[in-house]
Design a protein around this ligand. Structure first.
Ligand SMILES: *[C@@H]1O[C@H](CO)[C@@H](O)[C@H](O)[C@H]1NC(C)=O
Ligand SMILES: *[C@@H]1O[C@H](CO)[C@@H](O)[C@H](O)[C@H]1NC(C)=O
Ligand SMILES: *[C@@H]1O[C@H](CO)[C@@H](O)[C@H](O)[C@H]1NC(C)=O
Ligand SMILES: *[C@@H]1O[C@H](CO)[C@@H](O)[C@H](O)[C@H]1NC(C)=O
Ligand SMILES: *[C@@H]1O[C@H](CO)[C@@H](O)[C@H](O)[C@H]1NC(C)=O
Length: 619
């Protein structure tokens, strides 16, 4: 096809050259081709656009692309030149502005810019509806159930407010491509005393939505209507005001300036959702505020019965989903999902790993209509995180919004080399300039990663760290702050890899960062840090890519006065009591006494003594 077009193009070019006119350089982009319906100057208009021409406008001679969705075309029909600007709104909707026929002196070939110059930027646009439209999911245009009152400025005064009038746009769960998700209903009711009000349900197919400033437009086709001028309509809503929705009474969008001043106006009140009584309890230590790393960093609130997730799909907009605990077996919880106000609820299964540190790991199944634990929570419903080819998956993460630092699984003093796109660099923490300490002569500086605070809960990273020591072997540069301070807030082992989550209040990109870590030798540790708060399934310590922004190759060094012992925990038991360096000896059945290490033996003796004394005191 392409080849054919090119051949034709060449042929045309040859022909044109001989008559000294250059036509046929313009191929109309595929999204703009087709048969389009529009309402122009009060009458129904059909426009055919093919790869080289447009009805009534002739051949395309030039094309200019302002943006992927905004293009201008120059057409020539006999002596007439036309400039047509197109805004591509959705695959079903074009909006255009066009010049009348422009003629020029014999033989003169005007440029596109010349002909288009007379088109004003803010000219009212004509909306063109694709005659062979492909319905789109309604979700982004309108979703939920509303009661409404309506007014039609052109046929009656006042507002018709009937208790049963409603707009219904609900998603069928399970399949986002289901045809039911591409339609919505408006049920009108007749109001007593308003002759022009009427009874009836209209079903609309969604043709897509777009924003112009704060106005959120969407176009529809009435599924039960065959008259073209009655079939296509445009709606407008506003990001800041959900109360009103405007609707055109002709197949036009440009008549809609604001929802409130539209020819046909809906005043809407959301229908409250059904209440669901909880049937089970979530673990107590889940309660609190979380961040779901998998879902566009959604906010999650959890108490013993409810999980409330808020996502921000777009600036100034949010979606709230409420889950209510209905039934629990082992780690699986079947929850009722109350989505959008008024729409039918459905059921979904969560499998939660018991909380450790500041982390809840979970996976979520598919949504189902029937409340039946054995289907909803069957293991085949869990698709989250699954990579189909090799059947590997990992749990999704919820991280605490106010994390409490825990002991880092990697601690000690390390010298590191780094590789990657986002290296650790020298910077001034918190923006305060520390005076340089000129009197310190720095013989050697290294990149340093230390976890040396008393409880070893914070990773300090210095890209250039002066390791000179004074005559007594003590660290000299005691005034310089580290470049990065990261709190360890949780770690675990999954799929044979160890993961760590750190938290840095000052990180402008992502407060939470995920790391993969691994011990390479007695005194060597490899780590890689992700770009964001979760680790890609394929991220490893060995190289960047697959989500890793930087990899560190760390070698332990400890100077005489550092007092920073090395520590490593691979995370295989993340539920272990955090500061548990203390062994718990079981003194029950005397047969099976673990032998205490020589170092701990005096300590044990002391404990026993104390215990015996306490015992005596009681007596
Ligand atoms: C709209 O209403 C009609 C009849 O009342 C019904 O058959 C249809 O399923 C409804 N469609 C939607 C998308 O709710
Ligand atoms: C949990 O939160 C929901 C929504 O805020 C509330 O209706 C419910 O009573 C709470 N449950 C408990 C056990 O506090
Ligand atoms: C949370 O509670 C569960 C038991 O419900 C327990 O296994 C887990 O260790 C607790 N986690 C934390 C961090 O307290
Ligand atoms: C730090 O590591 C580099 C490279 O591995 C090495 O050349 C240097 O001697 C090390 N410095 C210290 C103080 O261990
Ligand atoms: C550390 O060494 C590098 C290169 O060896 C040098 O560019 C940098 O200025 C030094 N930094 C400090 C704080 O001494």
């Amino acid at each position: 096809m392409d080849l054919l077009l090119r051949w034709c193009g060449c042929f045309l070019l040859v022909v044109c050259l001989s008559v000294k006119e250059s036509h046929g350089e313009c191929i109309v982009p595929a999204v703009m081709r087709g048969t389009w319906f529009s309402f122009e100057l009060g009458s129904n208009t059909i426009t055919d656009i093919d790869p080289t021409s447009m009805s009534r406008h002739g051949q395309c001679v030039a094309l200019k692309v302002y943006r992927y969705d905004h293009k201008a075309l120059l057409f020539k029909n006999n002596e007439c030149y036309y400039c047509v600007r197109f805004h591509i709104r959705t695959i079903n909707i074009l909006q255009k502005s066009a010049t009348e026929c422009n003629t020029y002196r014999q033989g003169y070939k005007p440029s596109l810019d010349e002909v288009c110059a007379e088109l004003e930027q803010h000219q009212a646009l004509v909306t063109m509806f694709n005659e062979n439209y492909v319905p789109k999911n309604c979700r982004s245009a309108i979703e939920g159930v509303w009661h409404f009152a309506y007014q039609n400025r052109f046929s009656f005064t006042g507002e018709c407010n009937h208790g049963e009038a409603k707009i219904q746009s609900c998603q069928e769960p399970g399949n986002q491509f289901l045809i039911a998700n591409q339609k919505f209903n408006i049920t009108f009711k007749k109001c007593e005393g308003i002759k022009e009000s009427f009874d009836g349900t209209k079903e609309f197919s969604c043709l897509g939505d777009w924003f112009v400033g704060k106005n959120h437009y969407f176009a529809v086709a009435n599924t039960k209507e065959s008259r073209k001028d009655e079939k296509y309509r445009c709606f407008v809503r506003n990001r800041d005001d959900d109360l009103y929705m405007g609707h055109s009474i002709t197949p036009e969008c440009s008549v809609l300036k604001t929802p409130e001043n539209s020819p046909f106006r809906f005043r809407m009140t959301p229908v409250k959702q059904e209440t669901v009584t909880p049937g089970c309890l979530l673990p107590k230590n889940f309660s609190g505020d979380w961040m779901n790393t998998a879902h566009m960093e959604a906010d999650v609130f959890i108490n013993q019965t409810h999980v409330i997730e808020t996502t921000y799909p777009d600036e100034g907009r949010y979606r709230r989903t409420i889950y209510v605990c209905r039934e629990q077996r082992d780690n699986r919880y079947m929850m009722a999902r109350l989505n959008i106000d008024g729409c039918q609820k459905d059921y979904v299964c969560f499998e939660f790993v018991p909380r450790h540190h500041n982390i809840i790991r979970f996976r979520k199944g598919l949504e189902m209509i029937r409340e039946d634990f054995s289907t909803v929570c069957s293991y085949i419903q869990f698709k989250s995180g699954r990579i189909e080819q090799n059947r590997e998956w990992n749990y999704n993460l919820m991280l605490s919004r106010d994390p409490v630092a825990v002991k880092c699984p990697v601690a000690g003093k390390f010298n590191f080399t780094q590789k990657g796109e986002l290296l650790f660099e020298t910077r001034i923490l918190g923006g305060v300039t520390k005076a340089p300490w000129d009197n310190i002569y720095c013989r050697e500086n290294i990149s340093d990663l230390s976890v040396c605070d008393q409880d070893q809960k914070e990773i300090w990273i210095d890209a250039h760290y002066c390791i000179s020591v004074d005559a007594y072997g003590r660290h000299m540069d005691i005034y310089t702050d580290p470049d990065y301070k990261l709190k360890c807030i949780g770690y675990w082992k999954e799929n044979l890899q160890s993961y760590l989550i750190t938290y840095d209040e000052l990180d402008p990109f992502s407060k939470y960062r995920c790391w993969v870590y691994q011990r390479a030798d007695l005194n060597k540790v490899l780590m890689s840090q992700s770009v964001g708060p979760f680790c890609n399934l394929k991220q490893t310590v060995l190289g960047t890519g697959n989500g890793a922004a930087v990899t560190l190759n760390m070698v332990e060094y400890e100077r005489e006065h550092d007092r920073c012992p090395m520590y490593f925990d691979d995370g295989s038991n993340p539920w272990k009591d955090p500061g548990a360096n203390v062994h718990v000896f079981q003194f029950t059945a005397g047969s099976h006494l673990p032998s205490p290490t020589p170092l701990l033996a005096p300590l044990t003796a002391a404990f026993i003594l104390l215990w015996v004394r306490g015992f005596m005191n009681v007596l």
